[in-house]
Unconditional design. Structure first.
Length: 293
């Protein structure tokens, strides 16, 4: 494994070098980063997959940091039993009871995580999407976008044998902001396919209204209902390669399965808000200072 010193060298090389994906390279120059069809796609579907976004050396560094911190069980951690989703061990004392679900507070954990989550190119893309998708005046091209520390801000780990499935939900359900207009960034640090529990999405649901009767008590979509079944028939499950980035709207319904392979899956996940969309005072969303990028 690399030392942290050689990891920072790799990060610096990656940020400056020629290995960045096309979008990252474009964003280093002035002008729009996304094409009009890409922006239209995000507005319509609520998600955008940017293939080969992350510099390869940075992906390797982030993957190594994740593996090292998982082995060291570096706090703060969230365990599968804490979440209690289908497939999670019943208690800490049963087999797999110590299985990690998330390495929390990713921003503070490693330079590679910070570099991926706060890059100038990413900020440029998010500003474009927030301006287009939300009509938010505070998200004009020059206004800062903030990395939200109170939500996501983690490495999602999906371990063989004891990982759980996440039912269909909107991330905004437990978040408190002036407007339900945030965007999450899911950085694949390895291959993500159905067999290891990759994400599925129901395109366009970020623009729809849902009645209470369509959701259960934890605000998961009731999959047995005919109206929800019609939506579920339109689901998409994009496979991801290491370095791919998925951006998705906080009202977009998504879900993920368990990991049925023998290899852990690691994904770095952050959420972003426009400067003009503040968390509501006194809520969990306002509990940590956000990071301008
Ligand atoms: O990897 C998963 O199980 C999905 C996680 C997810 O959607 C979430 O935490 O909001």
């Amino acid at each position: 494994m690399r030392t942290s010193e050689s990891r920072s060298e790799a990060i610096e090389r990656s940020l400056l070098g020629p290995e960045q994906g096309d979008h990252a390279h474009d964003a280093a120059t002035a002008g729009p980063v996304l094409t009009p069809p890409e922006r239209a796609h995000f507005e319509r579907e609520g998600l955008l997959v940017l293939r080969g976004w992350s510099p390869p050396n940075l992906v390797i560094a982030a993957r190594e940091a994740s593996e090292e911190q998982l082995i060291a069980r570096r706090d703060p951690l969230e365990l599968e039993v804490d979440v209690g989703y289908p497939g999670a061990p019943g208690s800490r004392s049963t087999a797999g009871g110590d299985t990690v679900r998330r390495l929390l507070r990713a921003y503070e954990r490693d330079e590679s995580f910070r570099a991926l989550g706060t890059s100038g190119p990413l900020g440029a893309v998010l500003r474009e999407l927030m301006t287009g998708a939300t009509g938010d005046e505070a998200a004009q091209p020059s206004a800062p976008v903030l990395l939200v520390q109170s939500h996501h801000n983690c490495v999602m780990t999906k371990m063989p044998s004891f990982s759980s499935a996440t039912h269909w939900h909107q991330d905004i359900r437990y978040w408190s902001y002036q407007r339900p207009e945030l965007i999450s960034a899911w950085f694949a640090l390895g291959s993500e396919i159905e067999e290891n529990g990759c994400l599925s999405f129901i395109p366009g649901t970020h623009r729809m209204r849902f009645g209470h009767e369509q959701l259960d008590e934890r605000q998961f979509l009731r999959t047995e209902r005919d109206d929800n079944q019609m939506l579920l028939a339109t689901r998409v499950t994009p496979s991801l390669a290491p370095g791919d980035l998925v951006l998705f709207h906080c009202r977009l319904f998504h879900a993920a399965g368990s990991n049925f392979t023998t290899t852990p899956k690691f994904s770095l996940v952050y959420t972003y808000r426009a400067a003009g969309n503040s968390p509501l005072a006194g809520t969990k969303s306002a509990s940590l200072a956000d990071i301008p990028i």
